[in-house]
Design a protein around this ligand. Structure first.
Ligand code: AMP
Length: 287
């Protein structure tokens, strides 16, 4: 695995990799890697592609007062893990490389970016869309792999790619979990042992909702109620939202049909936690 820091180096290395006619698969990350990230690398590898991973803590997707400064940074450990996982090229740019002095362009996505994280973290998805566009432009991958863990981000990236006609296929990877169900996240490192235990309430609530759906429930209001009841059993958890949305538009639905996502988000102590359930149900989605 090669590590590059400059765009010129990156482009030269990608050109060399592509020479043999192989596809380039790209996995953008903010580092502090875990098995969830590595599963995305594995998805790219299984498609027979050469794999480029970026590790970049993107300042423009953090709001004032958020955890930009304390976000875990461990590039050497990340590089070791990526080498082991079979990554071909690691792109490790500086903030000044991605956002040189004088840069003044931001991408603003509506649609799937409306509501939920978009509402709670104003400007967050503009930062995500901007860095993803810059990274796609630098790497020029055939496809890019994103985690279903960040379901609204995935919907926003799909919206971005559709709207700007970007020549990149978006591939989704399922959420990797700890043995007790907690979705893996770099931010789980912030949790104290008691908070870590409380955090399992998200996956428990989603499992309860999944059981209701398996038993035939299709009313979104009933699922929402079930989620809230379950989430309320954990006093340390402060709910931001729990809803049922269309997977493509990320807007709420009244009945479960087609591809739907059940996103849940909130805080345990100072740590924000996100999880969701992805479902493919009979019938037409929407409404
Ligand atoms: P991040 O480093 O948090 O920006 O995440 C980089 C990529 O990894 C994003 O596409 C995330 O959705 C994905 N990801 C994060 N956590 C997981 C997980 N537990 N399972 C699968 N993918 C994940």
């Amino acid at each position: 695995m090669r590590t590059v820091r400059e765009p010129a180096e990156l482009q030269m290395a990608v050109r060399q990799l592509r020479r043999d006619g192989m596809e380039i698969g790209f996995v953008p990350t903010m580092g502090a890697l875990h098995a969830g990230h590595l599963s995305l690398v594995e998805i790219a590898r299984r498609r027979g592609a050469l794999v480029v991973v970026s590790v970049f803590v993107n300042p423009t997707q953090f709001g004032p007062g958020e955890d930009l400064d304390r976000y875990p940074r461990q590039p050497e450990r990340d590089a070791g893990m990526l080498h082991e996982a079979g990554c071909d090229l690691l792109f490790l740019p500086s903030v000044e490389t991605i956002y040189p002095p004088g840069n003044a362009t931001r991408i603003h996505v509506e649609g799937a970016a409306r509501g939920y994280e978009g509402k709670l973290r104003p400007g967050h998805f503009d930062g995500v869309a901007t860095v993803v566009t810059i990274l796609f432009q630098l790497v020029r991958p055939n496809f890019a792999v994103f985690g279903e863990k960040d379901a609204q981000q995935l919907a926003v990236v799909r919206q971005l790619v559709r709207d700007l006609h970007l020549p990149v296929e978006i591939v989704a990877g399922p959420t990797k979990r700890e043995p007790d169900g907690l979705a893996m996240s770099s931010r789980n490192a912030y949790l104290s042992p008691a908070e870590r235990e409380a955090a399992t309430v998200l996956s428990r609530a989603l499992a309860a909702a999944g059981d209701e759906i398996a038993a035939g429930e299709r009313r979104a209001a009933a699922i929402r109620r079930r989620l809230r009841d379950e989430l309320q059993t954990e006093p340390r958890f402060e709910l931001d939202y729990a809803d049922v949305v269309d997977a493509l538009t990320f807007q709420p639905v009244t009945r479960l049909a087609g591809r739907v996502v059940i996103p849940v988000a909130g805080r345990v102590g100072n740590t924000r936690l996100l999880d969701n359930l992805q479902l493919e149900l009979p019938g037409e989605s929407g409404g």
